[in-house]
Design a protein around this ligand. Structure first.
Ligand SMILES: NC(=O)c1ccc[n+]([C@@H]2O[C@H](COP(=O)([O-])OP(=O)(O)OC[C@H]3O[C@@H](n4cnc5c(N)ncnc54)[C@H](OP(=O)(O)O)[C@@H]3O)[C@@H](O)[C@H]2O)c1
Length: 244
């Protein structure tokens, strides 16, 4: 199947490692070009080199900075004079229990996880035209609480509803909006959990193992591509069957 990605241009916020980078790999392998962002300059340079400078541009940008989204759009338009879609991604919230997490941690996570995604999607939406596609990287916590990740449990369901809302508002412009719900996919972030207190959930995954970033990357590349032309407003688990 031809995904129709050749020559298309996608923004991937938080695209230097983990899930975002895997999506960048899958998209560029299918002939797309990507603008990836991240805060660490060295990771950014290494990611661009690995993807190939002909197909990737890096922008040092923090999702928490209100100016970042426009800088990413500008980078795509300056280099390739087009924008076809975006993966709205970034770092996740810290571990913790709702009974213990202080207000300040909620505020910080609201800014970095929730408001930054709203902001990025707003700017991207302004710059997409017919055939455009946006996908939010959320979590299975959008549908089922994950023990020990209570900030995620609080914020992700709201972002899933926002995805659905945006899909309704942008549909008449021919723009699709979806949410991807990773379960447990082995990245640096899951290493952080293993070092923390979150229980390992691998035993509860029907496929009996954690996912690989490339498995998430392929799913996301399909959803972003024109081949998924009638999929919008969906929340798609990529979790080995773990969601109840
Ligand atoms: N992996 C999983 O199993 C899993 C499961 C459920 C949900 N998720 C969610 O999926 C997202 C990605 O997870 P991951 O496992 O790929 O994490 P990761 O391995 O830690 O990678 C995060 C990426 O986002 C970038 N990033 C982090 N904070 C950023 C910021 N403020 N502004 C711009 N870029 C930022 C990082 O680069 P810099 O640090 O250099 O900025 C890196 O490129 C997270 O929101 C996570 O909660 C992951």
């Amino acid at each position: 199947m031809d995904l129709g990605l050749t020559g298309r241009v996608y923004i991937i916020s938080g695209g230097t490692r983990g899930l975002g980078f895997a999506v960048a790999q899958a998209l560029t392998a299918e002939g797309a070009r990507v603008v990836i962002s991240g805060r660490d300059v060295d990771s950014l340079a290494a990611a661009v080199e690995s993807l190939g400078e002909a197909r990737a541009t890096g922008v040092e940008a923090d999702n928490a900075d209100p100016a970042s989204a426009q800088r990413l759009v500008n980078a795509a338009l300056e280099r390739w004079q087009r924008l076809d879609g975006a993966l709205v991604n970034g770092g996740g919230p810290p571990l913790g229990s709702v009974l213990e997490i202080p207000d300040e941690a909620w505020r910080l996570s609201f800014e970095s996880v929730f408001l930054s995604a709203v902001r990025v999607s707003r700017v991207i939406a302004e710059n997409l035209s017919e055939g455009g596609s946006m996908a939010f990287v959320l979590s299975t916590s959008a549908q089922n609480p994950i023990p020990g990740l209570d900030i995620s449990n609080g914020l992700r369901p709201g972002l899933a509803m926002l995805t659905k809302t945006l899909a309704s508002q942008l549909g008449d412009r021919g723009i699709r909006v979806n949410a991807l719900l990773p379960g447990r996919i082995t990245t640096e972030r899951t290493g952080y959990f293993d070092a923390g207190t979150a229980p390992s959930r691998a035993a509860q995954i029907p496929l009996g193992r954690a996912g690989k970033p490339c498995e998430f990357g392929r799913a996301a590349a399909f959803v972003l591509s024109p081949a998924a032309s009638y999929i919008s407003g969906a929340a798609i688990p990529v979790d080995g069957g773990a969601s109840a």
